[in-house]
Design a protein around this ligand. Structure first.
Ligand SMILES: Cc1cc2nc3c(=O)[nH]c(=O)nc-3n(C[C@H](O)[C@H](O)[C@H](O)COP(=O)(O)OP(=O)(O)OC[C@H]3O[C@@H](n4cnc5c(N)ncnc54)[C@H](O)[C@@H]3O)c2cc1C
Length: 429
């Protein structure tokens, strides 16, 4: 069936007539050379076929319409805005935007019977691939590059934007091939583009509805089932939570797990870092570039990081250590007004450290919640793979930080991805 796009590109002069005078409109502010904008484009077009012409699908090039974007509070690309009879409605969506979030906002603009009719038109899609990779970090991307170069149809599915953890690392200085330290985002961007250039297909910022390891298939975004001959699990790991009152409540609202993403918001402010390993120590040094003070709270009597980083922490006058203390609660009174309740290790003294914001770096747990219990894991839940990256489930491989192993680095993830891909290539041919 020929595709009928209802998308219209406009500039700021046409905003009044095309958006504000329309009954219903969705507006995509996009930019050039913007990977998340490309990801959104793969969702915007099919949705325009479903919801258009009832809803006007509008695109505005942000770089050339900055004044309008700024006036509307649009500070990044892509940003999606929804309008009903000239008034902004619904959520302002930005970054790696999920299809379901767009649908939810579009549905809220329409009467229930129209929504039902539109949903009835959504066609189910079956896709076949040689290899399905779950997770597009360094491990998954490297595997993808090798597999695509071996002419195997490879699809990478990622619940976020591809790139993995590296994308949030401010500087990488130990990945071979680059004399000067490079920005983590750029490294992951280059890996992603290399995978694309070699022919890897992506399903990015998708919702994973179902993963069947044994049949090597997944269902994404409620309408596409992808079935493959082989599968690689490369979902990495995520930061551990402290599990104290207040943590869940204030995540993203004063509590962060990513210094690269959020340290910039603490210019000249007082920050608490919880943890005492490599991440806590290295990220504290980074946060100290912005903050007025950084207090590292750690439950043990000494830091467990590499010696060089510990020496740097001791030499940094902005950083103070509060060792032998356990955090029992995180409180928030107002924006940039928080309290971290701590107890000494004897358990007899409780006090509250006042702070503008809290960063938590206490370790990681593997992203395996979508996978069945049929996978063999170590006692921490990391997947056990053999030296060819084969798991105990036939045809299913695993690579990178999700694996049980001693060292978790970009180079070791890239190595696992390489081994998995070469093993699969040999097996398939
Ligand atoms: C703060 C910090 C700094 C670091 N600095 C360095 C450094 O300087 N040098 C170095 O070598 N290493 C560094 N590391 C470690 C390095 O980032 C990791 O070892 C590496 O990213 C692991 O790659 P990966 O592909 O296994 O996993 P990840 O990079 O974690 O990628 C996993 C991908 O899977 C996706 N995913 C997760 N769950 C699902 C799911 N259910 N379905 C689909 N997709 C999913 C994620 O969105 C992500 O894109 C750092 C780590 C941190 C946290």
């Amino acid at each position: 069936m020929a595709s009928t796009s209802f998308i219209r590109e406009i500039n700021a002069d046409q905003f009044q007539t095309e958006v504000l005078d329309a009954e219903l409109a969705i507006v995509d502010f996009y930019s050039d050379e913007c990977p998340p904008c490309e990801v959104l484009a793969t969702k915007f077009e099919p949705l325009s076929e479903l919801y258009g012409p009832k809803v006007k699908f509008i695109k505005i090039f942000r770089q050339k319409n900055r004044e309008l974007a700024t006036a509307l509070g649009v500070t990044g690309s892509p940003t999606l805005l929804f309008y009903k009879n000239g008034k902004p409605v619904g959520e302002k969506l930005a970054g790696g935007i999920l299809r379901s979030r767009i649908i939810k906002n579009l549905d809220s603009l329409l009467p229930a019977e129209e929504v039902k009719a539109i949903h009835g038109k959504i066609q189910q899609k079956d896709t076949e691939a040689d290899v399905l990779i779950i997770g597009g970090g360094p491990a998954g991307l490297t595997a993808g590059i090798y597999l695509a170069q071996a002419h195997l149809k490879t699809i990478i599915v990622d619940t976020a934007l591809p790139g993995g953890y590296v994308a949030t690392t401010h500087q990488v200085s130990n990945f071979p091939g680059f004399i000067a330290p490079l920005n983590g985002y750029m490294l992951s961007h280059q890996m992603t583009e290399q995978a694309k250039a070699n022919g890897v297909e992506f399903r990015a910022a998708v919702e994973l509805d179902e993963v069947d390891i044994e049949t090597k298939s997944v269902r994404v975004d409620g309408f596409e089932t992808i079935q493959a001959k082989k599968m690689i699990l490369a979902t990495g790991s995520k930061p551990k939570e402290l599990g104290v009152p207040g943590e869940r409540e204030y995540q993203g609202h004063g509590i962060s797990y990513c210094a690269t993403c959020d340290a910039k918001y603490y210019n000249d402010k007082d920050v608490v870092v919880i943890g005492g390993g490599n991440s806590a120590v290295e990220e504290s040094l980074f946060i100290a570039k912005f903050a007025r003070s950084v207090t590292i709270i750690h439950r043990s009597s000494h830091l467990r990081a590499n010696k060089e980083a510990i020496a740097q922490v001791h030499a940094e006058p902005k950083i103070r250590l509060l060792l032998d203390h356990e955090v029992t609660e995180i409180k928030k009174y107002a924006a940039y007004d928080m309290g971290v309740v701590i107890r000494n290790n004897q358990g007899d003294v409780t006090e509250e450290v006042k702070t503008h914001g809290v960063f938590i770096f206490i370790g990681f747990i593997p992203n395996t919640e979508h996978f069945c219990e049929c996978l063999r894991t170590d006692k921490w839940g990391y997947i056990e793979a053999d030296n060819q990256m084969r798991t105990n489930v036939p045809g299913v491989y695993s690579a990178g930080d999700v694996n049980a192993k001693l060292y978790r680095q970009i180079t070791t993830a890239v190595s696992d991805g390489t081994i998995a891909a070469i093993s699969i290539t040999k097996e398939i041919s």
